[in-house]
Ligand binder design. Structure first.
Ligand code: GRF
Length: 195
C-alpha cells in the first residue's frame, strides 16, 4: 500500500508512521509527504528518510477546492492508495474527499466528538476536563466528524500547560495512529469498504 502524508508542522506523527513501517507494524511505503507551511519541520524529517516531499503553499491557491485538486494531482502522480492527514491544518473539501472515498484518515488531539477544530488542547484546559486524549477518524466533509477508528484517553493534570498536555497527547498519537492504520489496512484487505 502506498501512503500519502499531509502535514503542516513538525511531522512527529509522520515519523511515528515511518518507524512503524520500518518495524513492519504497517505494511507499505510512504510515497510522498505534502506540506503547506513553508517552514514546516516535516520537510526535513521526510528528506532525511529519502521520502519524496512536495510543497503546496495554500496561499498560492485561489480557494480550498483549487488546493485540494492539486493535492489529488500530486497524490495520484505518486500512486497513493491511502491518505494520512498528520497535523494537516487545512479544512479539506469534497474535492479531495471524493477523490479518495473512505481512503483519508486524520489524527485529532481530543476525544471526539469533544473539542473539534484548531484549538482542541486549549479548549480541554479551558473547560477543566479531567480526561482528554486523541482520536483517529475517517475524513468526511464535516470537520473532525468521520467514523472513529481509534482513541486513547489522557489525564489532564492540575499543573498542565498547553505544552505539557500536548506532549502527553502526542505520545499517545504516536502509538494509536500506526495501530489504527494497520487495522484499517486489514479491513481493506478483507474487502470491507467500511471499517
Ligand atoms: C498533532 O498533535 C495532531 O493531533 C494535530 O497536529 C499535531 C501535529 O503534530 N492535528 P506533528 O506535526 O505530527 O508533530
Amino acid at each position: 500500500m502506498r501512503f500519502g502524508i499531509l502535514a503542516s508542522g513538525s511531522g512527529s506523527n509522520m515519523e511515528a508512521i515511518a518507524q512503524a513501517i520500518d518495524e513492519q507494524r504497517i505494511r507499505g511505503v510512504i510515497a510522498v509527504v505534502i506540506y503547506n507551511e513553508p517552514g514546516a519541520y516535516v520537510q526535513h524529517r521526510a528528506a532525511a528518510r529519502n521520502i519524496p516531499v512536495v510543497h503546496l503553499n495554500h496561499r498560492d491557491f485561489g480557494n480550498r477546492e483549487a488546493l485540494d485538486q492539486e493535492l489529488i494531482n500530486v497524490l495520484s502522480a505518486h500512486g497513493v492508495d491511502l491518505v494520512l492527514m498528520a497535523g494537516w491544518m487545512r479544512v479539506v473539501t469534497p474535492v479531495l474527499i471524493d477523490g479518495f472515498p473512505e481512503r483519508i484518515l486524520n489524527i485529532h488531539p481530543s476525544l471526539l466528538p469533544s473539542f473539534r477544530g484548531m484549538h482542541a488542547i486549549q479548549q480541554a484546559l479551558d473547560y477543566g476536563v479531567k480526561l482528554t486524549g486523541c482520536t483517529v477518524h475517517l475524513v468526511v466533509p464535516d470537520v473532525d466528524a468521520g467514523r472513529i477508528l481509534a482513541q486513547a484517553a489522557v489525564p489532564v493534570l492540575p499543573d498542565d500547560t498547553l505544552h505539557s498536555l500536548r506532549l502527553r497527547i502526542q505520545a499517545q498519537e504516536h502509538r494509536i495512529y500506526p495501530e489504527a492504520i494497520a487495522d484499517y489496512q486489514q479491513h481493506l484487505l478483507r474487502g470491507h469498504v467500511h471499517p
